[in-house]
Every structure is written in structure tokens, then in C-alpha cells.
Ligand binder design. Structure first.
Ligand SMILES: [Cu+2]
Length: 170
């Protein structure tokens, strides 16, 4: 019985050594494989951003057409319409100034749903000693002026002193 027990112990001990010898390299392999997998996983997202920049340039051409309105700064000629809206004189330039050639007609059109004036002057006051026009305009009404002499002509609204634009005639 003692021999049998010894015999049983001996092979089991060898088997443990063999298992350890077999398992250890497998562990190294599996670690190496896992590292390889994780490295491969890290590479694939890195490749994805490389693809995205190729798609990004596409929206760029759609932005390019926007600067087109810029050339509309004039000088304007013929007939120019100034829309009165939101307590403001709205010029085709999108600014508070416009340059026109002599002989240009400027139409002031009130679309603001309330009373305004188109007055030659500044900050709600008529131009001193040289008033060219001063119209009371209800909503929907318009008036026009033919600018023939070169010069700087400020336009304001009497009830609303902050409404100011400048018309330059060349
Ligand atoms: Cu006004």
C-alpha cells in the first residue's frame, strides 16, 4: 500500500512540473497574442481618422460661394432702394454707408409697420441750411430723391435719432 501511494505521488509531481512547463509558454504566447491584439485594435482607430479628413474637404466648396455679395458695395447707379425696417435704414450694402454716382435715384420705402421719416440730416435733426428732403412715411409709403450733386448726404429719422445712414454721391 505504501508503494502504491508513493508511486501515485511521484507521477502527479512530475505531471505538475510538466503542466507548469507547458502552461508557462502558453501564458507567454497568450500574453503576446493579447498584446498583439490590443496593438492591432489601437491601430485600426488610428486608421479611421485618416479616412475622415478625406470627407472633410467636401463642405469647403459650399462655403466659397458666400463671399459673392461682397462686390455689391458699389458705386451704385440707376435706382437704389433703402428699406426702413426694424427701426433702421437697410441699404443694399448691408452697412450704414452707400456710394452712388450722380444721377442716381434713391427710394426710401417704409416697411416697418410704424411711422418714420426720411430726413436729410443727422441724429434726428434736419441738415442745417441745406435740407434736401424731409418726408413723413407711414407703413407702406415711399418717397424718392434724385441725387445730382456730388457730396456726403446724411439721412436720419426725426422720431428716432439713432437711425442714421450716409449717402456718398460721386
Ligand atoms: Cu424712425
Amino acid at each position: 500500500m505504501g508503494n502504491t501511494s508513493t508511486a501515485t505521488t511521484a507521477p502527479s509531481g512530475r505531471t505538475r512540473v510538466r503542466i507548469a512547463a507547458v502552461v508557462f509558454p502558453w501564458l507567454l504566447l497568450s500574453v503576446a497574442l493579447l498584446a498583439g491584439c490590443s496593438a492591432a485594435t489601437t491601430r485600426s482607430p488610428a486608421e479611421d481618422p485618416t479616412v475622415e479628413p478625406t470627407v472633410a474637404p467636401t463642405p469647403t466648396p459650399s462655403v466659397t460661394p458666400q463671399p459673392t455679395p461682397l462686390p455689391s458695395f458699389g458705386p451704385f447707379s440707376g435706382t437704389v432702394t433703402v428699406i426702413i425696417r426694424d427701426y433702421d435704414f437697410q441699404l443694399p450694402t448691408g452697412t450704414k454707408e452707400i456710394t452712388i454716382t450722380s444721377g442716381t435715384t434713391v427710394v426710401f420705402e417704409n416697411r416697418d409697420g410704424r411711422h418714420h421719416t426720411a430726413t436729410h440730416g443727422e441724429n434726428g435733426r434736419k441738415a442745417i441750411g441745406g435740407e434736401l428732403f424731409d418726408w413723413d412715411l407711414e407703413d407702406g409709403q415711399s418717397a424718392s430723391f434724385l441725387f445730382e450733386e456730388p457730396g456726403m448726404f446724411p439721412v436720419t429719422c426725426r422720431p428716432h435719432a439713432r437711425m442714421n445712414i450716409t449717402i456718398e454721391v460721386i
